[in-house]
Design a protein around this ligand. Structure first.
Ligand SMILES: Cc1ncc(COP(=O)(O)O)c(C=O)c1O
Length: 382
């Protein structure tokens, strides 16, 4: 296995890290919440040092070079042209998911989402008393995707909201262009709004897949769509709170901005600054990261495939690996693995009890140790 910058990680114990603090004082390897153990790109760290030394931490505005790089990058990487007026800055994506529901609560009679799904998709509609309907994803081969039959038979009303996660957390699907085209046609025909959370778009692991922003599929779809993006997963900056929505339709953008009013602040100065540095200088780092994550994914997928009672799904994107532990002869697989020294995310929080999610954003060494522990835990039950 390769060595290098991703093998040398800071010791996050005793740092009030959410991920590592959960198991403070216990010998449990934390492979749960979606942040990575790696250091961010050098240019990002250097910029943070300079900004800290400057010593003034007053309010700030979005730096124009950040807008320039967002536009340039989306054109280069995704062949997607963004009008600078359509960008709305936000301090986080979870709040953005909630703001989408808030913005549309008056005209929306229900919110649709596909399960399993990142938990805030399940809770956001209820925060605004909106009923929600979960559509289980369809397993084709060993890949989860849209269940078009179920989707196309849904009873919808114009103005309802569909919340899509693309690429998908937790199952790791990078939706194909043909799939997005079919789904977009349905959204347009039913006159729905779409919130597309694309926070994992820069983390496509399969070399033959690529990310297609759904708003780039057609102007008709774009006019009904709120796309959410951020540098936070890609460059490991979630603690600095800087994300953005892209909303091309001025009326929809106005509704979204009204829903933010007085409640959601702008990103902090450091968030803006580091987002710009990461997007501008982080491309070589991101490519190395993908190589490292691919190795982790391949290792985890191969090893878990051999473990009794477990069935893994190979993520095409994200640094998250979803696995079916329903055949494990224990009442609570999540707790069982914790007792055997591995802290995973519990599928029940994603609307899928009996499943687990493993975070691959760690060193090969830590992952290998976790896989060994999981294997021993599985064997103890066979
Ligand atoms: C799909 C998805 N959306 C949003 C978030 C959270 O974003 P934020 O930390 O900006 O609220 C995550 C974090 O794991 C995620 O996977």
């Amino acid at each position: 296995m390769s060595t290098g910058k991703f093998d040398n990680v800071p010791d996050r114990r005793h740092t009030h890290s959410l991920k590592w603090g959960k198991y403070e004082g216990r010998d449990v390897l934390p492979l749960w919440v979606a942040d990575m153990d790696f250091k961010s790109p050098r240019e990002v760290i250097d910029a943070a040092v300079v900004a800290s030394e400057f010593g003034n931490f007053g309010y700030s505005k979005c730096p124009p070079p950040l807008v320039d790089i967002v536009i340039e990058r989306s054109q280069d990487l995704y062949d997607w042209e963004i009008d600078p007026r359509s960008i709305v800055w936000l301090p986080g994506m979870v709040c953005a998911l909630n703001v989408c529901c808030r913005a549309l609560e008056k005209e929306c009679s229900q919110v649709f989402t596909q399960t399993p799904i990142y938990p805030p998709f399940l809770t956001a509609p209820g925060n605004f008393d909106l009923p929600s309907e979960r559509i289980p994803m369809k397993l084709e081969g060993n890949r989860f995707t849209f269940d078009f039959e179920a989707i196309e038979n849904l009873a919808t009303c114009p103005g309802d909201l569909f919340m899509l996660c693309h690429p998908h957390n937790p199952v790791g699907t990078a939706f194909k262009k043909e799939e997005l085209i079919r789904f977009s046609k349905w959204i347009i025909e039913k006159e729905l709004y779409l919130c597309s959370d694309e926070i994992h778009c820069d983390l496509i692991l399969d070399s033959d897949s690529r990310h297609h922003p759904i708003a780039s599929i057609s102007p008709e779809l774009s006019s009904r769509c709120i796309t959410l993006m951020a540098p936070s997963k890609t460059f490991n900056l979630p603690g600095f709170g800087c994300s953005f929505a892209v909303i091309s339709d001025p009326k929809l953008r106005c509704k979204f901005k009204n829903a933010l009013q007085g409640i959601v602040p702008d990103p902090p100065a450091m968030g803006f600054l580091l987002a710009e540095k990461a997007y501008r200088f982080g491309e070589p780092w991101r490519k190395e990261l993908l190589t490292y994550l691919r190795k982790n994914r391949d290792l985890a997928f191969t090893e878990i495939s051999k473990m009794p009672h477990l069935h893994p799904f190979n993520p095409e994107a994200t640094y998250l690996l979803w696995l079916d532990a329903r055949k494990l002869p224990t009442a609570n697989p999540h707790q069982y693995f914790e007792e055997h020294g591995v802290g995973l995310s519990d599928g029940k929080d994603f609307g899928a009890p009996g499943y687990l999610r493993l975070n691959l954003g760690c060193t090969h060494k830590l992952l290998s140790e976790a896989l060994l522990r999981m294997n021993n835990a599985c064997k103890a039950l066979s």
